[in-house]
Design a protein around this ligand. Structure first.
Ligand code: FDA
Length: 390
């Protein structure tokens, strides 16, 4: 069979951006290999058939960016709603407005504060520990926001996220814990924000919808039956899978956290009144509850009345075979990553990208921006001008 001009491993935002640019801008024949049964990587979503509600299969995905080029690029494939993300947090039977702001401080301390009064209160409460003396995450957090807010909004949540007591976690995990001394509760402060009008999958499919792009699903590049051998050394490859797996974990496995998502369809019209509510109590086993219908209020007429989809997130360390979600990035991980980067730099005709290929948490807009840079700086010069692919 005829070889493509370029093989892209992984059909997430990184891989599809590279594939789309090379196919549409340079007219190259691109083969995208995807080991899952669907394209789109972690941004993939499905409309739950009983309720008509779009469910993000790998956790909530909110699109936001301040990058003009990315915004222009993504608008070629989808329109966006005017959704603005807001998050709430439950603690001891009360619901608070996050991120930490004046509304939260007022309701938590049961009294109204001016911005200056709130600032003085938090300064006083955080004076218990000097930030430079903090030896663990708990002390660091107390030194930044004081003990009462730490115990309510950071301690239980962090312990569940990491499955580790915050006194055992490194102080480096947090650098700041921003408190807003106003009532602003928008979660993101980017210039552009919204959700794809027809859903994530429609957006991702439009990126791949080009006669020069072939997507082959259920195809693991690293599978034992030798898919890699068909292409390695013969055509340029952009690999967006896990970098450690590519090298057969020769330097050891990089550590990740994963999230178990448990979905329930409930016989209520509205379960929690908003899309995301954090569970701050230590004795509630999940970290968040997601109610997807609230991400698209404009679709209300298409939803089955009296029903809703709720997803609960349970965070834990990823074992072999789990979906890797958040890099843990210990000192050991960083040492391994440096060795993998050396190996990657020597791998002929293979470029590593995306969140798995670089072991970095990337928001969607960052994955797209990084893919556009790889296209500009490496792929286009190689294919259009014959530059060496490195
Ligand atoms: P992605 O993981 O999407 O794609 C990689 C693809 O490669 C996968 O489809 C995988 O199956 C495939 N693959 C791997 N190995 C392979 C192999 N050997 N052979 C073939 N295929 C292989 N961002 C944001 O902007 N707003 C948000 O709200 C969120 N929310 C969010 C929640 C959670 C829980 C997570 C984990 C992440 C987010 N994100 C996010 C980040 C977002 O998911 C991320 O930016 C994109 O997934 C990055 O796209 P990539 O293409 O890099 O990876």
């Amino acid at each position: 069979t005829e070889l493509p001009d370029l093989v892209v491993v992984g059909s997430g935002f990184f891989g599809l951006t590279v594939a789309e640019r090379c196919a549409a801008d340079l007219g190259l024949k691109v083969l995208v290999l995807e080991r899952r049964h669907h394209l789109g990587g972690n941004a993939y979503s499905e409309f739950e058939p009983e309720t008509g509600i779009e469910v993000h299969k790998y956790g909530t995905h909110l699109f936001h960016t301040s990058n003009e080029r990315v915004w222009e690029y993504v608008n070629r494939f989808t329109d966006f709603t005017n959704y603005q993300h807001r998050v709430f947090g439950k603690y001891q039977g009360q619901v608070y407005s996050l991120p930490m702001n004046l509304a939260l401080i007022n309701s938590f301390f049961g009294k109204s504060h001016t911005p200056d009064e709130a600032r003085a209160l938090i300064a006083e409460q955080s004076s218990e520990i000097d930030t430079k003396d903090a030896t663990n995450l708990e002390e660091k957090a107390i030194s930044l926001i004081g003990r009462p807010l730490y115990e309510a909004f950071i301690k239980g949540y962090t312990a569940k996220q990491w499955q580790t007591d915050p006194t055992e976690l490194s102080a480096d995990i947090i650098t700041r814990l921003p408190v807003r001394y106003n009532f602003d509760n928008r979660y993101f402060n980017d210039k552009y924000e919204g959700l794809p009008v027809d859903g994530y999958t429609a957006w991702l499919e439009r990126m791949a919808d080009h006669p020069n792009i072939e997507v082959r699903l259920n195809t693991d590049f690293l599978s034992a039956d030798g898919v890699a051998d068909e292409f390695k050394g013969k055509v340029p490859i952009v690999y967006t899978g896990p970098v450690d797996e590519y090298f057969d974990n020769s330097e050891g496995r990089l550590s990740w956290r994963t999230v178990d998502l448990r979905t329930e369809i409930l016989d209520v019209d509205d379960y929690q009144g908003t899309g995301v509510v954090n569970a701050n109590d230590a004795d509630v086993p999940f970290t968040r509850e997601l109610e997807f219908k609230h991400l698209h209020p404009e679709r209300a007429a298409s939803y089955t009345p009296g029903r809703t989809v709720v997803v609960r997130e349970f965070s834990r360390f990823a074992e072999e075979g789990d979906e890797p979600y958040y890099p843990i990035n210990t000192a050991e991980d960083r040492a391994k990553l440096l060795k993998y980067r050396d190996l990657a730099a020597k791998e002929p005709m293979v470029l590593f990208g995306g969140r798995l290929g670089t072991y970095k948490y990337l928001d969607m807009h960052m994955a797209i921006a990084a893919a556009l840079s790889m296209y500009d700086n490496k792929l286009r010069p190689h294919f259009a001008d014959g530059a060496e692919l490195k």
